[in-house]
Design a protein around this ligand. Structure first.
Ligand code: RIB
Ligand code: CA
Length: 317
């Protein structure tokens, strides 16, 4: 039976690849997409999610718009000029404008209602700032008990991308992130930069995707090529001509958990340090008093990840 999931996204090129992988993989059933302010303002995240789903023939998957700002940060949405990753995403993804429209229900309402009514397990996969998830917890604390597993992209131990210390999704709404990590979810899997920077996708991989000739292959090739050129220019990886596609790694994990290697540790989010705000503090050596709460991925299998994407993007809806 296909595994059900909800994706909470700030689409964004890598969110779009995650959406396509979730919408087309035969082992998964994408129940809905919720959007949140992040890579771009939330209305663009919604539009980008809709146009991605339309392009691959999955306009039947409902999209719900979420929070247009963080719970607490006063300085966000940040001006695009100071957001270093703008070149990685652009404002609108390079696909035709959507024909389907967002749902009238708000994302947080959809999340709470869906989990209250669920008779089967639905994995929650946030790949943007955690504002919607923290709002759902604040409005309905039992939400935490109803979600069987959270698999989120965010955080970093050995890297930072938005600051020397912090990863973007966690940093963009640090108080929301702190509340999600402290909430007590039954199973919390974190896919941070440590893992995603090992699962690079190269220009040779994007050429193979494009050669599939399918809508998903063509779209993935466009999105990821854009990422590679932006990374080469502004944030070069160990290998030039290759870039991480962070969010899609969460989806790959749902299909094949061996695509990442995790350590079960306590993770908390720094919300105040001027140099470290938004940092995921991982108790790697059990120095703190708190028990582990998070399966934190330190490594990823690049070959398995790329093979799964290529196989899935060969499909049409
Ligand atoms: O730091 C990478 C993350 O920030 C990804 O989810 C990307 O889409 C942005 O949201
Ligand atoms: Ca994202």
């Amino acid at each position: 039976m296909a595994r059900k999931l909800i994706l909470d996204v700030d689409t964004g090129t890598d969110d779009a690849v995650a959406i396509m992988l979730a919408a087309l993989h035969p082992d998964l059933e994408l129940v809905g997409v919720t959007t949140v302010n992040g890579n771009v303002e939330v209305q663009y995240c919604t539009d980008n999610s809709l146009r991605t789903l339309d392009f691959i023939g999955r306009g039947d998957i409902p999209v719900f718009e979420g929070l247009n700002r963080p719970l607490t940060r006063p300085d966000f949405p940040i001006p695009r000029a100071i957001k270093k990753s703008t070149g990685v995403h652009g404002l609108e993804l390079p696909l035709p404008a959507p024909t389907s429209v967002k749902q009238s229900k708000a994302a947080v309402e959809f999340l709470i209602e869906t989990y209250r009514a669920a008779t089967e397990e639905i994995v929650l996969v946030p790949t943007g700032p955690l504002s919607n998830i923290a709002a759902a917890i604040a409005l309905y604390p039992k939400f935490v008990d109803l979600v069987p597993e959270v698999v989120l992209m965010g955080g970093a131990h050995h890297h930072g991308n938005v600051t020397p210390s912090a990863e973007f999704n966690i940093w963009a709404d640090p108080d929301a992130s702190a509340s999600v990590f402290a909430a007590g979810f039954r199973k919390l899997v974190c896919v941070p930069l440590d893992a995603t920077h090992e699962a690079l996708v190269s220009l040779a991989d994007t050429a193979a995707m494009e050669a599939l000739g399918t809508p998903a292959g063509i779209a993935a090739s466009r999105f990821i090529s854009r990422r590679i050129h932006a990374y080469d220019a502004n944030q070069p990886m160990a290998e030039r001509g290759a870039a991480p596609v962070h969010d899609a790694l969460c989806i790959a994990y749902l299909v094949d958990p061996s695509v990442i290697t995790t350590d079960f540790r306590h993770v908390a989010v720094e919300t105040m340090g001027p140099l470290t705000m938004g940092r995921t503090v991982v108790d790697t050596n059990f120095r703190g008093e708190n028990p582990p709460n998070c399966h934190f991925a330190f490594h990823a299998d690049r070959g398995k990840f790329n093979a799964m994407m290529l196989e899935t993007f060969a499909r049409t809806a």
